[in-house]
Design a binder for this molecule. Structure first.
Ligand code: MN
Length: 728
């Protein structure tokens, strides 16, 4: 990259001419004229006229392959911030688009950056992307940053370090994710110079010693390889590079290597058409140069988790200098270089050549299509949701960025800050205006929570229906647990009554007490009131326990003495009859039982049987969609028969789980590891990624009942990034 410093409009015109592309020169000329007039006699810290900065930004944008509007906006990017002109005036003189671009650049420039915390940096990156409705805003901002970093020597040391840190943690990663590697590397190297000047100098010195030799060495080696390969393999493309200073730095100071043992300071990349060619190239390279032991890696047959594919080998040149050779196909190359952008770069049919110009064609193409092409709008959305998934980013009044799932309310925000803030919340202001309590926050807003000093003020139960995040919901429940014991007990009692009634369960007081005590032992409650209270605030979810309670209740009833059992002779089943497959079917002994595949019923589920023609009785969940709601109105009602789970269950059952998670590398491995830890047998496993970036895994496993599957689900939910787990 290129473009050094420029100071006059004539130089910009020269760069535009060299780019060999068409531009709206009238637009660019008018933008320059206005910027030059407005900045007038303003000076940079270097003492140069201010206009040098927008001119340089514009020239970087030409170089990045950007369009006329971006270049005009680049020339004007600082006028609204630094001169008396307003956005409305710009819109009148130019266009709404250009005004929006300038507004966007100004706005994201105001995002404060003050902390080193990694999560905070990530939030700011995502927020920046989310705030830019037009992806060009980000690219203009990157160009602005790049030029400021190049001219940082005139700033105070404190400012140098602050800006360098922000660049390293926020802007370079964005350039990286947009696939603009040249910008990313230059931003990093410039930042490193201020963040660790001693190390930077040390590396620079070591490298500059051989500066001329280095370039010559790479060129010589490339030519040697090209001459050999082009005679036997079609369409060979080669490129060479020297590792960036920050890249070397990371290896030296993070991986603790000394500079002699970094083998990929010099690297040659060979790009060919087919996988077969890759292995052929490898053979030739190993024939030409001495390979270093243990330095060959085949990422083609075993891709990295991020889909990266290539062959890597390190060989020794005739001069005794080690260099790395990477061999890949064009397809692998595009995945490696553009990541998420690759698939639509393909869609646009841009597959060959790797000049900087080409590297950015996709951005330009996308911009050109953005307005009238639905497909391209879709792509913009894709790239944005890849970079910043369904999240909103809002500020505390102190400028800290809080990220929340989209749809979150001011209550979620309050609890995200601290439970004490949530519990004492009485209202909220967004951008200094009072808002209703269910107000949904939007990216970029400043949210202030109004609280009371009253110590025992608490949340309202209604909030449980308003909040979006489970964090807020849990904290609200937690408060009720602690502060409203009496209320909870009453609430819990009422719920037990309701559920029992619904399930037709009648118990004596003693039986009920025994049952609650046994639940309490498992849930760390020491008294019956504790159990009621836990049910009341939601710590114990009664509906989850009901199938089990019902099952035990039925079992007890079946064990009643003969006389009482008489009353229930309609149920001819007893536990001493043989239960096939763990299921008792009313009126049929020893019949063939098959658990249906559509709903995979588990012990504890309410079930029903269907007499098939010749295959025995198939057992469904009562709630299965294949079971008619009202049996008496079904076509052949007599074929539906009552069925129950037998008391003792030894068999195992198949169950299919649907696991939804944030897609990340290693996710599937973590899930299977958890299955393995629990000694579960996996029948089948498949996963896919949804449009919104979630991974959906379907796993069929063997379990021995509903309690077992509940434990499994609980364990899975603890895995990082898991959003939901349920039986499907
Ligand atoms: Mn600027």
């Amino acid at each position: 990259m290129p473009v050094g410093k420029i100071s006059t409009y004539e130089e910009l015109l020269e760069i535009i001419k060299e780019s060999d592309r068409e531009f709206d020169m009238d637009l660019i000329g008018r933008a320059y004229k206005l910027a030059d007039d407005l900045h007038g006699s303003q000076k940079r810290l270097s003492g140069e006229p201010y206009i040098v900065h927008p001119l340089s930004v514009a020239s970087i944008l030409v170089d990045l392959g950007m369009d006329s509007e971006s270049i005009a906006a680049g020339l004007l990017h600082d006028v609204v911030e630094d001169t008396p002109i307003t956005l409305e005036q710009i819109e009148k003189m130019f266009s709404r688009d250009i005004a929006n671009l300038i507004d966007g650049v100004t706005k994201i420039g105001r995002i404060p950056y003050s902390t080193r915390e990694e999560q905070q940096a990530e939030n700011i990156r995502k927020m920046l992307i989310a705030m830019a409705d037009d992806i060009r805003v980000i690219i203009i901002k990157l160009a602005d940053r790049l030029h400021n970093m190049r001219t940082m020597e005139y700033q105070t040391p404190q400012k140098q370090r602050d800006k360098a840190l922000e660049c390293m943690e926020v802007y370079a990663p964005i350039a990286h994710r947009l696939g603009i590697r040249a910008v990313k590397e230059e931003l990093e190297d410039l930042s490193l110079r201020y963040l660790d000047p001693v190390a930077y100098q040390e590396i620079e010195n070591t490298l500059t010693l051989h500066k001329n030799e280095r370039a010559a060495f790479i060129e010589r080696t490339k030519k040697k390889i090209y001459d050999r390969l082009s005679a036997m393999i079609p369409n060979v493309y080669l490129e060479g590079r020297v590792k960036s200073i920050n890249g070397i730095y990371r290896k030296m100071f993070i991986q603790g290597k000394n500079i002699e043992s970094i083998y990929d300071i010099y690297a040659v990349r060979v790009i060919v058409d087919t996988v077969n060619d890759c292995y052929n190239v490898l053979g030739v390279i190993h024939d030409m140069f001495q390979p270093l032991p243990n330095r060959f890696k085949d990422y083609i047959s075993t891709p990295k988790p991020n889909m990266y594919q290539s062959l890597h080998t390190t060989v020794l040149s005739a001069e005794g200098i080690p260099f790395e050779v990477q061999i890949r196909t064009w397809e692998m190359h595009h995945t490696a270089e553009y990541g998420i952008a690759a698939h639509w770069k393909y869609k646009l049919g841009l597959t060959k050549g790797d000049t900087l110009e080409n590297r950015l064609v996709w951005i330009r193409q996308m911009l050109e299509n953005q307005k009238d092409n639905e497909d391209a709008t879709d792509l913009v959305r894709t790239i944005k949701s890849d970079l910043a998934p369904e999240e909103v980013f809002v500020f505390t009044p102190k400028g800290e960025v809080i990220s929340l799932p989209s749809g979150s309310t001011v209550i979620d925000f309050a609890y995200a800050i601290h439970s004490a803030v949530g519990n004492r919340m009485i209202g909220a202001k967004v951008d200094k205006r009072i808002v209703p309590i269910d107000y949904k926050v939007k990216t970029g807003e400043i949210v202030e929570i109004l609280t009371t000093k009253e110590p025992d003020h608490g949340p309202s139960r209604d909030w449980l229906n308003i909040v979006k995040t489970s964090e807020a919901r849990n904290k609200i429940r937690q408060w009720f647990k602690k502060e409203r014991r009496e209320e909870n007990i009453v609430e819990g009692r009422a719920e037990v009554e309701r559920e029992f009634k619904r399930n037709g369960i009648v118990m004596s007081d003693q039986e009920l007490k025994d049952l609650l005590e046994s639940i309490g032992r498992k849930q760390n409650c020491s008294t019956v009131d504790d159990v009621y209270s836990a049910i009341g605030y939601g710590g114990i979810q009664l509906w989850k326990l009901m199938p089990r309670i019902r099952e035990e209740y039925m079992k007890k009833k079946q064990q009643l003495p003969e006389a009482q059992a008489q009353q229930e002779k309609k149920t001819p089943l007893t536990t001493n009859k043989k239960a096939m497959g763990g299921v008792l079917v009313e009126g049929m002994d020893n019949c063939l039982i098959k658990l249906s595949r559509c709903c995979n019923p588990l012990p504890g589920d309410e079930i029903i049987g269907f007499i098939t023609r010749g295959f025995g009785v198939s057992i469904h969940k009562r709630s299965c969609s294949n079971v008619p709601q009202d049996i008496s109105k079904a076509p052949e009602p007599e074929r539906w028969v009552k069925a129950h789970w037998a008391g003792e269950v030894k068999e195992t059952f198949e169950s299919t789980l649907e696991i939804v998670a944030e897609d990340r590398s290693g996710l599937l491995a973590d899930v299977t590891q958890q299955f393995f830890n629990m000694r579960l047998f996996i029948q089948s496993l498949n996963s896919r990624v949804t449009k919104d970036g979630h991974a959906v895994i379907h796993a069929t496993i063997t379990v021995n009942g509903i309690e077992h599957i509940t434990t499994v689900i609980g364990k899975l939910k603890n895995i990082e990034g898991i959003i939901s787990v349920k039986r499907s």
